[in-house]
Design a protein around this ligand. Sequence first.
Ligand code: PLP
Ligand code: SF4
Length: 412
Amino acid sequence: MRYDSININRKKSLVRSNELDMIAREDMKHMSKVRIGCSEFSNSLYVNTKNKILKELNATEDDWVNPKWQMKNRITTVDEISKYTNLTEEEYENIRIVSKEYRCAITPYYFSLIDFNNPDCPIKLQSFPNILELDEGGQLDPMNEEQSNPSGKITRRYPNKLIINVTNACPMFCRHCQRRRLIGKHDRNSSKEEIDESIEFIKNNETIREVLITGGDALLLSNDKLEEIFEKVSQIGHVDVIRVGTRTLATLPFRIDEELAGLLRKYRVQLSTQFNHACEITPEAVKAIDILVDHGIPVRNQMVLLRNVNDDKYCIQKTNEELHKYRVINYYLFHPKEVKGINHFQVDISKGLEIMKHLEGRTSGMCKPTYVFNAPGGLGKVPLVPMENIERQEDGYKLTTWENKTIFYDFK
Ligand SMILES: *Cc1c(COP(=O)(O)O)cnc(C)c1O
Ligand code: SF4
C-alpha cells in the first residue's frame, strides 16, 4: 500500500519532469541562435579585424591590450571605418553626415567584435552612426537632469543617494546613449573645483549615505584622480557606500587590471556596468569581470532594452545567463527613454513586459533583473512589472504563475 503511493508520486513527478524538459529544450533551441562573445565564431571575427587594425596602424599585441593605445586609436571617422569594411556610397554618406551631428568613437577592441555579414549586428547597431538618429522626435533632456542639480556636478533625485558626474567622456559613444546631449563636441572631465563643490554638498547633507561616481564613464579618470575622490568621499562619516558607473567592461575591458581592482577594493567601491548583448561578453570582458569579482567587488549589470539589439526574450535570457555564469548580478533592465536622436531604438512596453514574464521561472531568479523606466521630470525610476501576476479580487487574490496557471489565494 505504502509502496504503491510512493510509486504513483514518483511516476507523476517523472511526467512533470519530462514536461519541464520540453520547455527547457524549446528555450535552449532558441537561445542557441543568439551569438555569444565566448564562441569560436566571435573569436574568429575578433582576431580577423584585430589583425587588420594592428597591421594598418603598425601596432603590436602589447599595444592592443593597452587602454591608452585603445583610446588614442579610436575609430572616429567614416574614412577610418571604410578602411576595414566596404561601405556603399549611401552608407558612407550617411555615416559622414550623422557623425557631424553626433560624434562617433569606437575603440578598436569594440569595433573588432562586429559581424560585418550581419546588417543587424548588435555591436554595429550600438556603435555605427545611423541616419535615423537625425529623426526630429523626442526631447533633449526628458529626465530633467538640469533641474536635479543642486550643486557642482551632482544629480539628486532620491532621499539618501545621489550621483556625481565626474566626466562626460566615454571610450565609445553608444548610439543609444540617453545622455548624449552631455557628450557634446569635446571630452571634458569635471574640474577639481566642481568635484570639490559636489563633495562639500555631500559633507553638508548627512542624509546622503550612497554616492554614485559616474559620467560619461567614470573609469576614464586616472587611478590617481579616482583615488582622490574615493578618499575624500569615504572620509565623510555618513557615506556608507561608493558606487562607480562604467561601461569599460564592454567597451574597453583592458582598463580593468589588478591595480584598479586593488584601489576599488581599498575603498569598498561597488561597480555598475552595461552589457546589452551576449556577444559583448567576450573572453576579454570575462577576464575583466574575474579580476573585479576575485577582488570582492560586486559587479551589477544595467542593461538597456534596445530595438533590434536585444528586444527578444531568448536574447535577454541568454545574455543574463552568460552574466550569471560569470558572477555578474543582473540588476536593471532599462526601458529606453524618448530622447532626441535615439528614437529608432524605442521598444513598446508590452514587449518589455513579455520579456520579463518569460524570465519568470524559465531561468534562475539571478537572471531576472528589475525592469524600470526613468520617470520624466526627474522623478526617479519606476519598476515595470507584468500586471497579471497579482490581481486583487473580492475575497482574496488571483495569482498567475510563470506558466500562466491561475490560482486563487486568500492571504490570511
Ligand atoms: C538611478 C539613480 C540612482 C541609483 O539608483 P539605484 O536604484 O539605487 O540603482 C541614484 N541617483 C539617480 C539620480 C539615479 O538616476
Ligand atoms: S557608456 Fe554610457 S554615458 Fe557613455 S555613451 Fe555609452 S551609454 Fe552614454
